[in-house]
Design a protein around this ligand. Structure first.
Ligand code: UT7
Length: 355
């Protein structure tokens, strides 16, 4: 398989406030021990109110541009993977273009949730192969704090700005969503992507799948045009703006489908698992990564996890992991890197890239 597309620079940012597990115990019935044992998460970052997904996306992009040595004005395409855009519409792509002060270049949003990176990378590769882009900015950006059911005071407690307990009623309300709220964080990761003349270095292949039959195992039962009006007081009263998740079902799908997709992309590209230097999986739960690792029989040094520091940042997790691996030297030129993710939809898949 020949590479046509390469990554020239990476960067990421998180929300401004680091929230350790302990703070969640002040707003809902949970423990640091439960969160660590069931998910591996120790802390996550949330933005302060007023920071939007496009702001994180722009900050991550500036870092990636610096890393690549590209000027923003050289960009000719923007692709953003996000399920948490600033507004219902428009998407984040054109907001990033305007905030970077760029001329009217094409901008595209995709919505593949936790598999936004693997799907988005295929879109970028296809645009480059088609000659539609030469200096492309690819961003995975998410702000989950807008999904959270906390009051203003609840946020003050979580942010460490107040020690005054939440009311028992508020605690009870927040606890209804505890299986979900403790898992997510806010962040953005960006990549500068362009064509390459070296067929041995860059994106080598993909194995992507979607199946909507279990879509309601993980979805937002509100703010959509299946409802009239698409958002209502009743939705707010019932907490339907918070994602609904059948955690066990999602867990099972993730540990089954990600290894399948990795085997499939290796077969397609004529490579084997032994060729893979490092797997950077989507970070939804450390136990999911461990399940994938066990099935693939990978030693610890060939899989990268950082969920303990950031939680699940959906489309941003793989770009963050990849940036950390490139910059720490864990991934070096010539190394074969595999990426894999599964998320709401359901969408899942894997990608292979030679650094
Ligand atoms: O990227 C895609 C997005 N999502 C995922 O990938 C999520 C995949 N699923 C998971 O990660 C796990 O299923 C969870 C972390 C969500 C849950 O872990 P689990 O081991 O499947 O726990 P569970 O839902 O079966 O709940 C076990 C117990 C329940 O109590 P009872 O019924 O046994 O008394 C829950 O009420 O844990 C309770 N629980 C909690 N306890 C303390 C649920 N959330 C919490 C919490 N703190 N935050």
């Amino acid at each position: 398989m020949k590479a046509h597309t390469r990554v020239y620079g990476t960067g990421f940012v998180t929300g401004e406030v680091c929230v350790p597990n302990e703070r969640f115990t002040k707003v809902c019935d949970t423990t640091d021990e439960w969160i660590r044992e069931r998910s591996g998460i120790q802390q996550r970052y949330f933005v302060r109110e007023g920071t939007a997904t496009s702001d994180l996306a722009v900050d991550a992009s500036r870092k990636a541009l610096d890393d690549a040595g590209w000027k923003a004005e050289e960009l000719d395409y923007i692709v953003v993977a996000t399920m948490t855009p600033d507004y219902y519409f428009p998407g984040v792509g054109s907001l990033v273009q305007a905030k970077l002060g760029l001329p009217p270049i094409p901008c595209l949003d995709i919505r593949q949730q936790c598999s936004g990176f693997v799907y988005g990378l295929q879109v970028c590769d296809a645009l480059i192969r088609a000659g539609a882009a030469k200096k492309l900015l690819f961003i995975g950006a998410e702000i989950h704090s807008g999904f959270m059911p906390f009051s203003k005071h609840g946020w003050d407690v979580l942010n460490g700005d107040s020690d005054e307990s939440v009311t028992p009623e508020e605690r009870e309300w927040n606890s209804r969503f505890r299986h979900l709220t403790v898992l997510f964080g806010d962040a953005a990761g960006a990549l500068c992507v362009g064509p390459t003349d070296n067929p041995d270095r860059g994106v080598l292949g993909f194995a992507l799948h979607s199946d909507g039959k279990d879509a309601t195992s993980l979805y937002v039962p509100s703010a959509g045009f299946a409802y009239r009006p698409y958002f209502s007081e009743e939705h707010i009263r019932e907490g339907r703006y918070v994602p609904f998740m059948e955690g066990r079902n999602v867990f099972k799908m993730a540990v089954t489908k990600m290894p399948e997709a990795i085997h499939e992309v290796l077969e397609k590209t004529g490579l084997t698992l032994d060729d893979v230097k490092l797997l950077i999986p989507h970070q939804a739960n450390l136990r999911i990564s461990e399940g994938v690792q066990k099935q693939l029989k990978l030693p610890d040094e060939r899989i990268y996890n950082n969920i303990h520091r950031y939680g699940n940042t959906t489309a941003a997790t793989i770009p963050i992991g990849y940036d950390e691996c490139r910059k720490s030297g864990k991934v070096k030129q010539g190394d074969l890197v595999a990426f894999a993710g599964l998320g709401a939809g359901f969408h899942w898949g894997a990608a292979l890239m030679r650094e």
